[in-house]
Design a protein around this ligand. Structure first.
Ligand SMILES: Cc1ncc(COP(=O)(O)O)c(C=O)c1O
Length: 463
């Protein structure tokens, strides 16, 4: 990527960032990143980040839905400091440690379902998904996983295998696990059945379930788990109808299939509830949490039915650093902050206002095609033709670039790369929230009036 050329399109100084990017491109493999802006992050605090050149940004990405409590929250930083000076970690594979036990206790309390639960830990969303799949296979003695097209579950081998948004030909280069079946996720806005799921969620739910029932019959007795995001995040923040989720849950109960609720991106208060699955009144067997769980430290958890987790043979969930003391301390403090500062309630209130704000803008800008939101889980779909719902990735990238230029990190995602990803910290202060709205307003206008050059487009990869 030619960052120096891209630098010609911005008024801000990006000299230091460009130096870092040049070295990055020499020493870090390209597969590590999806490129957006010429920006090397140097420090962050609350809802703000600064790049290496001192440019300030309001963060509407939160490091991909990690900083629900904002960057460097004092209570989380203090918990990490206190723990790291006392005991960094001693492997729980051989001895016991109250840190991981306390976190497991807390997680079993804040997850839905009244049955005996346990929690196992790992380091990322990806290996959390691997562990959950492993537990489901071990418990059922079956091998197939029913996942969804356009889903994202991570990049370890099993997580990649169950990810729908990466093409099979790409996956085939790295020997994926082939015991995966993909079903269509019911997208109310645009789906292969041509059903308007907003107008008729029952029809969409029935169509999606019919297709899944066919798969269940075809693979009867060999499906270990259904793995589902309660909102497809990287697919473009798509929320399935409530009826569908309830029908799917019933089908898994009937067939003895483990229901894995994949909340790596959606959990920890962002949707306005602890877990997005709570919006559907569905109780899963297992929940996978990561990202925001660690408050900035790398940790994932699988929480759920003790009998399922206990079915995994020793030592198949044992990693040297599992239940790491520092990351557990950070996660415990994060849960405390989300509870004490009522961040789920804040997400609900700010999200409602943001969606309303976008609905108002949609009256002015015909390229706003769909606004999807629960709390601060939010995606705004950009289209070139509202009637035909034609995805407009170029326009979405231009809005994103214009926002960045004006000091707001607002990237794009989605199966067609045309959805604005709106994910600020849940506790963003009102004055920064207002400033972000002003920037977004100006960015929409910049893009609409042709002030963002087409020449930037070949430089922005995006999703
Ligand atoms: C829904 C979902 N699952 C899993 C993952 C993988 O998590 P990680 O990148 O921490 O391995 C992600 C990451 O974006 C995600 O959004």
């Amino acid at each position: 990527m030619d960052w120096k050329t891209l630098g010609k399109f911005t008024k801000k100084s990006i000299v230091k960032s460009c130096e870092i990017i040049e070295r990055d491109e020499r020493f870090i493999p390209q597969a590590v990143s999806i490129k957006y802006f010429p920006m090397a992050i140097e420090r962050a605090e609350g809802s703000l980040v600064w790049d290496a050149d001192g440019n300030r940004y309001i963060d509407f990405l939160t490091s991909a839905a990690v900083y629900n409590a904002g960057h460097c929250h004092p209570a989380i930083v203090e918990a990490v400091r206190a723990q790291v000076g006392k005991l960094q970690n001693y492997t729980v594979v051989y001895f016991y440690n109250d840190r991981q036990v306390r976190l497991a206790e807390l997680l079993t309390e804040i997850t839905p379902g009244i049955f005996q639960k346990k929690a196992a830990f790992a380091f990322s969303g990806s290996d959390g998904v691997d562990s959950a799949v492993r537990a489901a296979r071990s418990f059922t003695g079956r091998k197939q996983i029913l996942s969804f097209k356009d889903s994202y579950h991570g990049m370890t081998t099993v997580a990649l295998s169950v990810t729908g948004i990466v093409g099979q030909e790409v996956k085939d280069r790295v020997c994926p696990d082939r015991n995966v079946i993909f079903a269509e996720y019911p997208d109310s806005y645009r789906n292969s059945w041509g059903i308007d799921g907003y107008a008729d969620p029952s029809a969409l739910s029935r169509a999606a379930m019919e297709a899944i029932e066919t798969l269940l019959v075809k693979h009867r007795g060999d499906i270990a788990a259904v793995l589902i995001e309660p909102a497809q995040g990287d697919g473009g923040m798509i929320f399935p109808p409530k009826e569908f989720m309830q029908m799917l849950r019933k089908a898994t109960e009937r067939e003895g299939i483990v229901f894995i609720d994949e909340e790596v991106q959606t959990g920890m208060g962002r949707s306005g509830k602890w877990w997005a699955i709570e919006h559907f009144d569905v109780v899963p067997d297992l929940i996978v949490s990561a990202k925001a769980l660690g408050g900035g430290m790398p940790i994932s958890a699988i929480v759920g039915r003790a009998d399922i987790l206990d079915s995994v043979p020793v030592p198949l969930l044992a990693y040297t650093h599992t239940g790491h003391s520092v990351t557990c301390a950070s996660a415990e403090a994060t849960i405390g902050v989300i509870k004490d500062e009522q961040l789920a309630e804040k997400a609900e209130e700010k999200g409602r206002r943001l969606a309303e704000w976008f609905r108002e803008r949609a009256k002015q800008y015909p390229f706003i095609g769909d606004i999807r939101q629960k709390g601060l889980l939010m995606g705004v779909e950009i289209v070139s033709d509202r009637k035909k719902k034609k995805p407009d990735k170029a326009m979405a990238l231009k809005i994103s670039w214009a926002a960045w230029e004006r000091g707001l990190i607002l990237i794009t995602f989605g199966k067609d790369g045309n959805v604005l990803r709106v994910a600020p910290p849940l506790n963003i202060p009102e004055e920064l929230f207002q400033e972000a709205l002003e920037i977004m307003n100006a960015a929409l206008e910049d893009a609409a009036s042709g002030r963002v050059s087409d020449d930037i487009l070949p430089h922005l990869k995006g999703w």
